[in-house]
Design a protein around this ligand. Sequence first.
Ligand code: GLN
Length: 554
Amino acid sequence: MARYIFVAGGVMSGVGKGVATASIGKILQSKGYKVSALKIDPYVNVDAGTMNPLEHGEIFVTDDGTECDQDIGNYERFLNQNFSSLNYMTTGQVYQAVINRERSLEYKGKTVEVFLHIPEEIISRIERVGKETKADFVLIEVGGTVGDYQNVLFLEAGRMMKRRMPDRVLFALVTYLPVLSNVGEMKTKPTQHAVRFLNAAGIQPDFIIARSVVSVDEPRKQKLSDFCNVESEDIISAPDVNFIYEVPVNFEKDHLGERILEKFKITSKGEDLKDWKKLAHSIGIIKKCVKIGIVGKYFETGDFTLMDSYISVIEAIKHASWVLEGKPEITWLSAQEYENDAKALAGLKRFDGIIVPGGFGNRGVEGKIKAIEFCRENKIPYFGLCFGLQLAVIEFARNVCGLPNATSSEFVTSQNKESLDLVIDVMEEQKELLKEKRYGGTMRLGAYSCSLLNKSIAQEAYHVKNVSERHRHRYEVNNKYMEKLERKGFLASGVNPESKLVEIMELKGHPFFLGTQFHPEFKSRPLAPHPLFLSFIEAALRVSKARSLHAKNG
Ligand code: GLN
């Protein structure tokens, strides 16, 4: 039987609950236990697939095609494990299941109530993770912040589980302790209130994970202990770090793993965090910079820049760079800037590599295409991820293959289709779905296989003939144009063996100009970087080296 650790958040969102959850998992895994995790998102959406990334952050995709929260990505990266729909729950899913059951008379004439039926459904989904994965520990991250109206029923489920299995359930509260610059002191009050909120839900936290800019000192641990009924050794310091992969190592400084095992009355079976510590140490001493620009549109919100929409891309760049002893310097480039600004475009020369990541819709497309053209002509390493592949094909068709009207059917209305070259076209099986407005969970999603062309850059990166990668798209490279593209040197170096859909394209005679229809970023792990990111960063480092040699020699 599994043990369950609930992780809830207090004070505010964005304090790193997902990383804290993944880090607890990492620690327990390093002590020889099997760990699984479940992310609960309190929104009514059935999954994250229909949400704008600016609203939700990255939409992560698992092998089984679940479009879920980016925290699942954190779990996969930290635990080096693949997750699935089992590991993700939303309010929408819970209500949908209960309503479907009611419609098929499974409640046998009873009144179906928010309480108890909804928490019971939540509990059964939580316990299913334990049963199906046979994990020793299931970590349950409750999205949102305690006190939110939306997550009350999930906390209720936690409370009930604790009552039913007091020795098998623990609660951790991740909070934030502000350090006010005018007072110069770390304040505990918001955390005290957050604990009260949790208490009001009938839950007493076993741990407080105290996020702050700096470590929590003894006097404040004592104060929190007195006010919140949590032993001071169960208040875990979680200061800001340069790299999220330092977090498990930091938690262990306060012996979090040991304390958890003690509370469950079990002992460590294994090793410490050796590889992980080595990684955290090696990252800290890297000096050589590699400058990567990401041309996108899902990061501008008012006066602030959000990185959440591309989090797996950022992590994948880091993983590959670190192994190659490069320190990635990532710059956000707003696609629209390149639409009519030659000077901005010329500015791309300062980068060692450019990425155009996933995207949807018209906005910013022409700017991205201009940026891709600039990379192709100026031999700047270019890596296109899904949309980034599709736009590279459009660019190449227009500017090299002599098809000025090349575009994707994603951008056109039915009236003017005849005069256009739809080098990217909607997939056959998508047409009906779109007509019927069946948008949710209907893209080409999850793992599909890809056969690699012998001696291609792709094959040399992977060192194997066949790979499996994760997808999320409705449009595809139109094979009718393949001959034209290949004749000019843009080759399909990866193809799905069953459907013949193009998976990878790469340009001959360029330092690195490659695009993937899938999202390689989802499978990159800190200790196992993705092969294509590795060869992209390798190319970028070569460019950077050549450039500095050139500068030195005048
Ligand atoms: N909008 C494109 C499609 O649906 C690309 C999607 C993506 O980049 N994930 O095919």
